[in-house]
Ligand binder design. Structure first.
Ligand code: PLP
Length: 431
């Protein structure tokens, strides 16, 4: 099976639904984010949502309400406020399930973040299913969260990692997939959207190809779920992991979606309270899903806050958010590519989401980020937890601007001005 990049539909393999009449009312949206009011001189230009998004007031309110009105533990108390906390926590799970079209809410496991979700699969499913000589297929563009757990699994079991390479243009070299997927491949671990290049990978087609050799598929959706509609049943992936803090939710809550039969067969990841059915001196039996994978007291306020974030994004509409970000990305790509000495990494805007990564000749990205910070523009500089990708492009670090629903085109102009200022400053210093 060959996948040609040119045949890959853009954005999550659904046609993009850009409707100009649904364009976002950004000024109204910005009023939902109190942090903008706290930094009005100079105004905060936040271009680092790929690291962590900002939090709208409704999410803060939902968490406050828990602490102020019904703060208590869940699933245990036979009294009113605990029942309220349990109901709100479980309601958040249902909201997340609907958000990604999971068949059942019991297939949604709350974790701390994407990293923990992926580690859960690596230790639980991985240790039970991966043997010496098996192969785990990953890509060169993975975040360390979707690479190091597989390296550790390979070291524990004697399995081998294989890599889908990345082209100079920042897309996966999918013509190699035929040769890489064999009966030895037991798992394909792939990011939906690269946190560095913004590349949107055709995860549905890759999943179909992986299933043809009976490999399971885990998708790192940390950079896709916040930005465009995801349907896990349509993709047919076996696992999908993402983080609350990149989608207007609080830090400290992540999600693992899994197919029910797999989750049911998997042994627990962490042992302790809440995940058991009964405990004897030498052995225990375990609770049904999802409790089996939620040992100990979870981030209750965090899950409730995430539920509010899901409501918030759903009300605005993921299609509208996606269209808005595309507009900003296209504008940013166009004006930044006019700067002398700039290298933009990754594909053209229509094949990407969220992030724009670049280097300016002769200026270290940390210095660039420092100058931009002086202008009130927050961007990320570094290896972005993707060192193999940096090595692929022969760089140690890059600068990255990433966009979300609250960003404005004028902010891209400020980024552009800041880059020119940095260029002037550093050229003068070198003279
Ligand atoms: N995967 C991708 C693609 C990411 O961008 C990130 C965070 O930047 C992660 C995984 C890890 O997310 P977390 O730190 O929330 O576990």
């Amino acid at each position: 099976m060959h996948l040609e990049q040119s045949k890959i539909p853009v954005i999550g393999e659904k046609p993009m639904n850009i409707d100009p009449y649904r364009s976002l009312k950004v000024e109204t949206i910005r009023k939902d984010f109190p942090i903008f009011e706290a930094h009005d001189n100079p105004p905060l230009i936040y271009l680092d949502s790929a690291a962590s998004s900002l939090t709208p007031l409704c999410v803060i309110d939902a968490m406050d309400k828990y602490y102020l009105n019904y703060r208590s533990n869940i699933h245990r108390g036979i009294y009113q406020i605990s029942e309220e906390a349990t109901a709100q926590y479980e309601e958040a799970r249902k909201k997340v399930a609907r958000f990604i079209n999971s068949r059942r809410s019991s297939q949604i496991i709350f974790t701390r973040n994407t990293t923990e979700s992926i580690n859960l699969v690596a230790y639980s499913w991985g240790d039970a299913n991966i043997r010496e000589g098996d192969e785990i297929l990953v890509t060169v563009m993975e975040h360390h969260s979707n690479l190091v757990p597989w390296q550790l699994l390979a070291q524990r079991t004697g399995a081998k990692l294989r890599f889908i390479e990345v082209t100079d243009d920042g897309v996966l070299q999918l013509e190699d997939l035929d040769g890489l997927l064999t009966e030895r491949t037991k798992l394909v671990a792939i990011t939906h959207v690269s946190n560095v290049l913004g590349t949107i990978n055709p995860v549905q087609s890759i999943t179909t190809a992986a299933h043809q050799v009976n490999a399971k598929v885990i998708i790192d959706a940390a950079q896709s779920v916040p930005h465009f509609p995801i349907d896990v049943q349509q993709i047919d992936c076996d696992f999908l992991a993402f983080s609350g803090h990149k989608m207007c939710g609080p830090t400290g809550v992540g999600i693992l979606y899994g197919k029910r039969d797999l989750l049911e067969q998997m042994p627990p990841f962490l042992g302790g309270g809440s995940m058991i059915r009964s405990v004897e001196r030498e052995r225990s039996t375990y609770a049904e899903l999802p409790a089996k994978f939620e040992a100990g007291t979870p981030g209750i306020a965090e899950a409730i806050g995430l539920g509010a974030a899901v409501d918030y994004l759903t009300d605005i509409g993921l299609d509208a958010i996606q269209a808005h970000e595309q507009e900003i990305l296209e504008y940013a790509y166009q004006i930044l590519s006019e700067i002398d000495g700039i290298t933009l990494y990754g594909p053209k805007p229509r094949q990407r989401a969220g992030a724009l990564t670049f280097n300016l000749s002769g200026i270290h990205p940390h210095d660039l980020a420092g100058v931009l910070d002086g202008e009130g523009v927050a961007v990320r500089a570094g290896h972005h937890c993707a060192q193999p990708l940096m090595q692929r492009y022969g760089v140690i670090a890059t600068a990255r601007a990433s966009f979300y629903l609250y960003n404005k085109l004028e902010e891209v102009d400020r980024l552009y001005d800041g880059l020119l200022k940095a260029q002037k400053l550093f050229t003068r210093r070198r003279r």
